[in-house]
Design a protein around this ligand. Sequence first.
Ligand code: ATP
Ligand code: MG
Length: 141
Amino acid sequence: MSQTARTLIFVKPDGVRRGLVGEIIQRFERRGIRIVGLKMVRPTRELAEKHYAVHRDKPFFESVVNFITSGPVVAMVLECPNAIEITRQMMGATNPANAAPGTIRGDFGLDIEQNIIHGSSDPEAAAYELNLWFTPEELVG
Ligand code: ATP
Ligand code: MG
């Protein structure tokens, strides 16, 4: 049985700079996924460091925090059955060079860091990220 779930997505600064926001939102809408929250924000260093806290000890941590804070992102909360799995499939592999054609990263990216979009990886990450990025008042019922 499929369970309705929520996931935290954001179009990264490269995707916003390249004008891909509309295309990406359209893909999710056409799939039938419900948007329950949506906003453009320039992430602070504090938000970025909390968001990528699981990668604190990785060699790319500083670099990815600098990248995510380099410009506005478009953050959204999406809802559908199996939202995390479905949206991760639509995003494609972390490294766009390995992402299948037809996925967002596979169609629009080449760079492992500037890979256009973020999506929560599991239910625990989704709960943590939703709370970090959105207040309850910013979400529709
Ligand atoms: P995201 O969490 O952004 O949705 P992901 O779950 O597919 O991506 P993670 O392993 O969580 O991938 O990595 C988080 C982000 O850090 C990647 O999306 C990418 O922007 C950056 N990143 C990951 N690996 C590398 C790397 N080897 N070199 C540079 N940047 C990297
Ligand atoms: Mg991740």
